[in-house]
Design a protein around this ligand. Structure first.
Ligand code: BGC
Length: 748
C-alpha cells in the first residue's frame, strides 16, 4: 500500500448500514497504467464509475486481523474515463460481524475492530512518465447506501428505494491497524450457477425453492415489480420428515436476505457481504402480483478460486454421488479459510477438520496457496508455549482449547501440502511452528513423554459412547499421546528433507513411543491409562475401540508380533457392530488405510460399500448432496440427530477420498518424490466398483489410473504418467514395472 494512503472511517456511526467512501478525480492525460489497491477492516466492494471492479467476493478476506490484513490490487487502466468516481462500499464481514459461537468473542463484541475502516490508493501512470497518486484521506466523502444491514451469519437487507446521500467527509482512523500484506491466498469468487429444480408448497403452506444441491453462496434474484415490493428469503439445507422447511440446525444464524424493490424495470439482487449454506430457500415474502417463476432465481456458489486438479468416476453410482458430495463439501468450506461448515453460527477455521481433510483437499484442488495463507495465520497465532488453537484465524477468547488432532494441523497440514506439491520452502517456512507444537506437547503436564490431561475433543462424534456424547469412547489421552508420537515422526521426516539434524527429535520420538506403549498398551492391545482422561469423565471411556486400534496401527505404535492380533481385533469389533464403523473425526480417516495396509482390503471395501449408518453411503441413500457432520445427521426415520450441532455440509468424513484415490486407484506419492515426482501406482480392484478411473493434474503433469473388470473376470489396468514423473507400477501377482512418461496397459 502506498504510504500516502491513510486508514479512514466515517465520522458518524452508520449503524448497520454499509457506508460508501467516494472520491472523484479527473484523468490528466494519456494513461499507460492505472491500478487501485484496497484493504479494509471489514469487507468491501470496489466500484469505478458505478461498475464493480474485479470479481472478488468478501475481500480483503479473513486473516489474523490483529497481525495482518491483505490488500488487493486491481488493474483499471481500461476503465478510466475523463471524470471518474471511485466508490468503496464496506460491510462488517469477519472483522466486525458476529463471528464465533456464543460467548467466544473478544470483550468489545468484535474480533478486532470497533469500526469499519478503509485504506486505498489509486495509482495512475501517464504516457509522459508522470505518476499520480490519489490515496484515502479525509478528503474522501462518505455516502449512505442501499445496503441497510449485512452480516455473514444473518444475511443482508438491500433497499433499492433508500435515498443515497452524502454524509460529509471521512475522518482519519488513528486506531491500531494491522500490517497490510499483499494478497497471499486465493481470491474468493463466484463459481457455479444453479437453477432451481422445483418450486414446492410444503405441508405448512410455505413456498420453497429447491436447488437440488447443498452449497455455500447466495441466490441471485432477478425481478420486475412495484416500488416498495419486498422479497424476504430464508435459507436451509434440508426439509424435515414431513417435507417442511427446517432451520433449527442453523442455531442463531438467521440466513435471511431481504430485498426491497425500486420498481424501476428489471432489478437484480444478491448479498454483497454475506453468504449462506443452503439447498432450499423459503419465500417468506414475495410480491403478490409478481409471477413466481424458477427463472427469477439462481443459486451462485462462492469459494476460493482454486484450480480443480482431481477427477474420479467409477461403475457404482452411489460412490460417484459420494465423490460429488466430497467435492461440494470442499467448495462450501473453502471460502478463504478451511471452515467446519458454511451455514450455522460457526463457519470457523477449525484446525482439526482441516487436518483430517487436507490430503483429500490437495487431490481435488490446487490448495497450495490456500493453505500457505492459512498456515501463516496459524503460525502468527501460535501461543508462546507452542500451542495451536482449535480455530485459526481469530480464535475466541476464554474457553478456547488447544486440543489433540486439532493442534496437530500445525504439523500434518504443512507435511501434506509438501507431499502434494513438493515445495520445500513451504516446509521450511512452517518448520518452526511444527517444532514448537511438538515442544508444547512435550512440555504439557506431568508425564514428560505423554500428552495427558489436556482438554481434548477426542474422536469427535464417534458412535461408540452412546447418543449425546461428542468425544466418543476412546480415551482422549491415548489419542493425544498417539498424535504426539505421530506428529513428532512427521517433524523428523520434514527435518531430514530440510537437511536438519534431527537427533534430538529422534530421541524424543523413541521416548514418546516407549511411554505410549508403557501407558496405553497391555498384552498387545490398547488399554486404559489409569492416570489419564481427567477431562471427560462423564462418558464411558474404553481402552479397546476401533479408533484406538486404528491409531496404534496407523501411527506405528505396535511391535510386529502384535500386528496380526490388532488387525484381527479390529475386524472383530467391526463385525460385532454389524459390519460397521464406530469411529469419529480422528479414527475415520485412517480406518480403511489400516485395513488395506494389513491384508484386509476386503473389509476396507466392505466398509466403503456399507449402507447402514454409520457409513458413507448411508447419507447418500438419504439424498445427501454434501458430506454430513454426523453419520446420522438425518436418520432413517426422517428425524434429525439434534438441533445443537447438525451440519449437512461438513467435509471431515470426506477424507475417505484419499483412500479411494491412494488405494483403490493406488496413486501414492513416494517420500523422496514429493509433488508426484516419484509415485507408486498399486491399484486395488473390487468387483462392486466395476471400474474406477481417476486422475490428478500434478505439478509434473497429468497422472491417471484406470481399471475395469472384463466380462471374463480379469481386470484391465491402464496407467498414464507424465514424462517427469517416475512411477513404479505394482499390479496383483506381477513384478513391479517402472514407467517414466507414457501409458502402461495390462490385463491381469
Ligand atoms: C465444529 C467442528 C469442530 C468441533 C470441535 C464443532 O462445533 O463444527 O467441526 O471441529 O466443534 O470439536
Amino acid at each position: 500500500m502506498n504510504l500516502q494512503a491513510k486508514w479512514i472511517k466515517t465520522e458518524q456511526t452508520c449503524g448497520e448500514m454499509s457506508p460508501e467512501f467516494r472520491k472523484t478525480f479527473r484523468r490528466k492525460g494519456d494513461v499507460t497504467r492505472a491500478t487501485i489497491t484496497v484493504s479494509a477492516m471489514g469487507v468491501y466492494n470496489l466500484f469505478l464509475n458505478g461498475e464493480k471492479v474485479g470479481n472478488a467476493v468478501l475481500a480483503p478476506y479473513w486473516t489474523s486481523y490483529s497481525h495482518r490484513v491483505q490488500e488487493q490490487v486491481y488493474d483499471v487502466t481500461d476503465l478510466l474515463r475523463e471524470n471518474n468516481t471511485v466508490g468503496i462500499l464496506l460491510g462488517k464481514g469477519w472483522a466486525l460481524g458476529r463471528i464465533g459461537y456464543s460467548g467466544r468473542k473478544y470483550a468489545n463484541g468484535h474480533f478486532v475492530s470497533d469500526n469499519l475502516s478503509l485504506i486505498a490508493c489509486i495509482c495512475i501512470e501517464y504516457s509522459d512518465g508522470s505518476k499520480e497518486i490519489i490515496a484515502t484521506d479525509d478528503s474522501w466523502e462518505v455516502w449512505t447506501s442501499v445496503i441497510l444491514a449485512s452480516d455473514i451469519y444473518d444475511g443482508e437487507t438491500v433497499d433499492h428505494t433508500a435515498e443515497v446521500q452524502c454524509l460529509g467527509s471521512a475522518v482519519l482512523d488513528l486506531g491500531d491497524r494491522p500490517e497490510i500484506i499483499p494478497q497471499q491466498g486465493e481470491y474468493v469468487t463466484e463459481q457455479e450457477r444453479i437453477a432451481p429444480c422445483e418450486i414446492i408448497t410444503t405441508p405448512k403452506g410455505e413456498r420453497v425453492l429447491d436447488f437440488g444441491q447443498n452449497l455455500a453462496g447466495y441466490v441471485e434474484v432477478k425481478i420486475c415489480g412495484k416500488r416498495g415490493d419486498r422479497i424476504v428469503m430464508t435459507h436451509a439445507e434440508v426439509l424435515d420428515k414431513d417435507g417442511n422447511f427446517y432451520t433449527e440446525n442453523l442455531r442463531s444464524a438467521k440466513n435471511c436476505n431481504i430485498y426491497i424493490l425500486s420498481g424501476e424495470g428489471e432489478e437484480i439482487f444478491k448479498p454483497s457481504f454475506s453468504f449462506q449454506g443452503f439447498r432450499y430457500i423459503r419465500l417468506d415474502e414475495f410480491p403478490e402480483d409478481a409471477e413466481l417463476s424458477e427463472e427469477n432465481f439462481t443459486a451462485v456458489a462462492i469459494y476460493s478460486d482454486m484450480k480443480r486438479t482431481g477427477d474420479f468416476s467409477c461403475g457404482n453410482d452411489k460412490i460417484n454421488q459420494l465423490y460429488s458430495n466430497i467435492i461440494w463439501g470442499q467448495r462450501g468450506n473453502f471460502i478463504d479459510v478451511p471452515t467446519d461448515c458454511p451455514q450455522r453460527d460457526e463457519r470457523l477455521g477449525w484446525t482439526g477438520d482441516a487436518e483430517v481433510f487436507c490430503r483429500t483437499a490437495a487431490i481435488n484442488y490446487d490448495v497450495e496457496k490456500f493453505f500457505t495463507k492459512w498456515l501463516s495465520d496459524m503460525a502468527l497465532e501460535q501461543s508462546p508455549e507452542g500451542g495451536i488453537w482449535e480455530i485459526v484465524p481469530c480464535r475466541g477468547s476464554a474457553g478456547s482449547r488447544i486440543a489433540t488432532g486439532w493442534g496437530d494441523a500445525a504439523v500434518i497440514c504443512p507435511w501434506e501440502i509438501y507431499r502434494a506439491y513438493g515445495d520445500k520452502d513451504l516446509l521450511r517456512k512452517n518448520f518452526e511452528m511444527m517444532k514448537k507444537w511438538i515442544g508444547y506437547m512435550h512440555g504439557f503436564g506431568e508425564d514428560e513423554f505423554l500428552f495427558v490431561g489436556g482438554r481434548h475433543y477426542g474422536d469427535w462424534l464417534a458412535m461408540d459412547a452412546g447418543y449425546g456424547v461428542y468425544e466418543g469412547a476412546t480415551q482422549t489421552d491415548l489419542i493425544a499421546s498417539a498424535f504426539f508420537a505421530y506428529s513428532t515422526s512427521l517433524v523428523i521426516r520434514a527435518g531430514k528433507i530440510l537437511g536438519e539434524d534431527m537427533a534430538e527429535f529422534e530421541a524424543l520420538y523413541a521416548n514418546v513411543r516407549k511411554a505410549f506403549r508403557a501407558a496405553f498398551m497391555k498384552d498387545g492391545f490398547p488399554c486404559i491409562y489409569p492416570k489419564g482422561d481427567a477431562f471427560s469423565t462423564n462418558r464411558p471411556v474404553k481402552g479397546l475401540t476401533q479408533t484406538s486400534i486404528v491409531l496404534v496401527l496407523r501411527f506405528g505404535l505396535y511391535e510386529e508380533e502384535e500386528r496380526q492380533g490388532l488387525v484381527d481385533k479390529l475386524a472383530e469389533l467391526i463385525s460385532e457392530n454389524d459390519g460397521r464403523m464406530t469411529t469419529g473425526f480422528l479414527g475415520t480417516p485412517h480406518i480403511l488405510h489400516v485395513l488395506s495396509q494389513n491384508g484386509r482390503s476386503d473389509l476396507a471395501y466392505d466398509l466403503l460399500f456399507q449402507e447402514k449408518a454409520p457409513s458413507w453411503l448411508f447419507s447418500v441413500n438419504q439424498g445427501a448432496t454434501t458430506i454430513w457432520e454426523h453419520w446420522d445427521s438425518l436418520r432413517e426415520d426422517g428425524t434429525f440427530w439434534s438441533t445443537a450441532m447438525n451440519s449437512f455440509n461438513h467435509y471431515a468424513y470426506g477424507a475417505v477420498f484419499d483412500w479411494i484415490f491412494g488405494v483403490a486407484l493406488g496413486i501414492q506419492v513416494e517420500e523422496d518424490g514429493a509433488g508426484y515426482e516419484k509415485i507408486t501406482v498399486t491399484p486395488l480392484a473390487d468387483q462392486r466398483m466395476g471400474f474406477a478411473k481417476g486422475s490428478i493434474e500434478s505439478r509434473h503433469g497429468r497422472i491417471e489410473s484406470y481399471w475395469r473388470y472384463l466380462p471374463d473376470g480379469r481386470v484391465r489396468y491402464e496407467i498414464t504418467v507424465p514424462p517427469s514423473t517416475q512411477a513404479t507400477i505394482c499390479l496383483p501377482d506381477q513384478p513391479p514395472v517402472s514407467l517414466c512418461g507414457g501409458r502402461y496397459v495390462k490385463i491381469v
